[in-house]
Design a protein around this ligand. Structure first.
Ligand code: ADP
Ligand code: MG
Length: 274
């Protein structure tokens, strides 16, 4: 039996931002592989009908995909829609057909918002982490991901309107708390960073000041060409070039994230051991 929670199975983490192009998908694919390389059993779910996460791992027209399980009418077992990338690293792919499932969920709002949680229940005891790559919108798909999640990672590119966009994300998280009170924000991950520019530094400071109650991860992901190169070859950054800045950055991020998770676990063990 797997999972961080002794009674609830895998920790479910959504990667969310309604802005496109902020490295949600890149973060999902590389965090997934980083956690897997740390020895965890990981499922990555593609919840974007653009299917970029699936394409990252070379899956273009999946035969079985997430919408078949999400759809009330088809209601396929989730196991049927899961593919293995490496032993211990699985993906549930998607394509444009996911749009149909979104409509289906939209037409049954209350059960729609709870649908992803219901579907993931089928596999929660088989993984340590389930990562959900959300679409660039705050629609019912992101909503249903939030209801299914223990926590949220917010990839943010340091730029002019970042704080404004983040407020909309936080509003949706607040709304979803009626259906899922356990959801937490792990933090903001700065992506596509040019670390030596004063402009990026000042934007990151502005975001921290504008969102004082939200943690910003110390690890940040520098802009580097090896990241799109890795995607073009359908691999994670670790498999493409393990000495690249991208590998170093995503590894540091995964470890910072795990540090937090581990601390929680230690606490639990201490309590258990008296
Ligand atoms: P999102 O899922 O938020 O829309 P993606 O992960 O698809 O964003 O990233 C958008 C684009 O930026 C992609 O072409 C991706 O390869 C590129 N990209 C992401 N992270 C980096 C980085 N650190 N350095 C350079 N390019 C990056
Ligand atoms: Mg994406």
């Amino acid at each position: 039996r797997y999972g961080y929670h002794e009674t609830m199975g895998a920790k479910v983490i959504s990667i969310v931002n309604n802005k496109g192009g902020v490295a949600k998908t890149t973060t999902c694919s590389n965090l997934g592989r980083a956690l897997h390389l740390e020895g965890y059993k990981v499922l990555m779910c593609d919840l974007d009908q653009q299917g970029n996460l699936s394409q990252t791992y070379g899956i273009d027209a999946p035969e079985d995909e997430l919408y078949q399980s999400l759809s009330f009418a088809i209601n396929a077992p989730l196991h049927n829609c899961i593919m293995e990338i490496f032993e211990g690293l699985d993906i549930c792919p998607s394509s444009i057909a996911l749009g149909q499932a979104a409509l289906d969920l939209q037409n049954n709002q209350l059960t729609g918002y709870k649908r992803m949680a219901k579907v993931l229940e089928q596999v929660k005891n088989e993984y340590d982490f389930i990562l959900i790559d959300c679409p660039p919108s705050l629609d019912i798909l992101t909503g249903t991901a939030l209801v299914a999640s223990d926590s949220v990672i917010l990839p943010v590119q340091p730029e002019e309107h970042a704080v404004k966009g983040l407020r909309n994300v936080f509003n949706l998280i607040e709304q979803m708390k009626d259906l899922n009170s356990r959801i937490q924000v792990d933090g903001i991950l700065y992506t596509l960073v040019n670390p030596n520019t004063t402009l990026h530094k000042s934007y990151m400071e502005a975001i921290k000041e504008g969102m004082p109650h939200v943690r910003s991860f110390e690890a940040m992901i520098r802009r580097s060409i090896s990241i799109p190169e890795a995607t073009a070859t359908h691999q994670s950054i670790f498999d493409y070039d393990k000495n690249s800045n991208g590998s170093k950055d995503y590894k540091a991020f995964a470890q910072e994230l795990l540090g937090k998770v581990k601390k929680k676990k230690d606490k639990k063990e201490k309590v258990a051991n008296g």
